[in-house]
Each structure stands twice: as C-alpha cells, then as structure tokens.
Ligand binder design. Structure first.
Ligand SMILES: *Cc1c(COP(=O)(O)O)cnc(C)c1O
Length: 214
C-alpha cells in the first residue's frame, strides 16, 4: 500500500469526496490510512465488512458499495454511513422495514445502470423514473435519499465512459425534484481507472481501491 498514492489522489480530486475501497484488503492497511486521517471506507460484502468493523475504530464512516441480499439487511450493524448500492425496490422496502423496527434512517444512493450490457445491478432508468412518478420511493419513511451511483463500462473508450457519466448526471438532475425533503446531492461515480473522467462530468464522490492499495 502506498500512502503516497493516497495523498496524490487527495490532492488531485480537491473538493470531491474520496471513499477508499477497502474490500479484500487487510485491516492493517485500513488502519494505516485511518492513522493518516482517512475515515471513509467502502466494502462490498456484508460479511467481510462486519468482520472488519469489529476490529477497527468505530468512528469510521462505512460505505456499502456492493449488491446487498435482502436477507443480510437485518444483520447490518453498525448502521452504514451510506449505502451506494440501493439497486431495487425490494431492497429499499426491506431497509425501510428494518429502519422502522430499529428506529433509524438508512442513507442511500440509487444505483442506476449506465453501462451497456455487462452491468448486472442497478435500476433501469425507465423503471426508476416510473417508480418515482408513482410515488413508490417516497413511501419509505426510513430511507433518506442522498443521490445516485453508477458504474461505467470497463473499456478504454474514454468517449463512451464520458457519455455514460454524463448520462448519470442527467439522471441525477431529473430525479432531484422528486426528493425535495431529502439531501439528494451526491453523485457517486468514478473508480481507479476512470475517476478523472467522472470528476470532469460532475462526480461529488469517487470510489477508489486498486490505485491506492496496489
Ligand atoms: C471494487 C469497486 C470499486 C473500486 O474499484 P478500483 O478499480 O479498485 O478502484 C469501486 N466501486 C465499486 C462498486 C466496486 O465494487
């Protein structure tokens, strides 16, 4: 792990927030970045995350960035700072129910498909828009909608990546009026290979793993 590359990225991204993606990385490396002052870390598997949580300092802001099975939700502890991967109504419904039972709110980003074929997870835009128009998302009183998340196609074609990020930004703008009482101000896009492009297209938050750890 290179503290230098972490610091270079921080300098480079300016006001954009950095979630260090620590999935598959040992707690010792997370602890090093914590000691350097970093607090936002992203994990994509609930079980691995919970193992790490019990060992690491409790003021870490944990971001869940991977697909979450609904049967894992009742074990979500501590409450994640932000769930980037709210990718279907069923998950929102289960989170809402759990929030009601436990008297808490879940902060989520709506994950939307922007890559062509290969992305398995995320809302289809047309479905999501329809769900919003029909008021289905607002029914969940224990969900706080904080913005959108998307992943671009894994490709060297920068024009394609740019147009996908542009599309996510447009979706974000179209969704904002549906959430006047929510924060709804984050656009989570950009990883090690494409975060510069994402920032140029309006990312407020980037999720970076390999460029820091490898
Ligand atoms: C793994 C992962 C990242 C980070 O990817 P890197 O290429 O290692 O920076 C970002 N977002 C999600 C959803 C991921 O699963």
């Amino acid at each position: 792990m290179q503290l230098n590359s972490y610091k270079n990225i921080l300098d480079e991204i300016g006001d954009v927030k950095l979630v260090v993606v620590s999935k598959t990385r040992p707690v010792s490396q997370i602890q090093l970045l914590y000691n350097a002052g970093h607090r936002d870390f992203g994990e994509n598997r609930v079980q691995e995350w919970e193992e790490k949580v019990s060992i690491l300092p409790n003021d870490i802001r944990w971001h869940l960035i991977g697909h979450i099975q609904t049967n894992k939700v009742k074990h979500l502890s501590p409450t994640p700072y932000l769930i980037h991967s709210a990718d279907r109504i069923k998950l929102l419904k289960v989170l809402d129910k759990d929030g009601e039972l436990n008297g808490l709110q879940y902060n989520v980003l709506l994950q939307i498909k922007i890559a062509e074929e290969e992305s398995k997870y995320g809302f289809d835009w047309d479905d999501l828009l329809q769900n919003c128009q029909e008021g289905r998302l607002k029914r969940f009183g224990h969900i706080r909608y904080c913005g959108v998340m998307g992943m671009a196609t894994l490709t060297d074609d920068t024009e394609k990546i740019k147009s996908e990020f542009k599309r996510l930004k447009q979706y974000f703008i179209q969704l904002q009026p549906f959430f006047p009482d929510d924060p709804f101000d984050e656009i989570s896009m950009g990883m090690s290979g494409d975060y510069e492009l994402a920032i140029a297209e309006g990312a407020t938050l980037v999720r970076i793993g390999s460029k820091i750890f490898d």
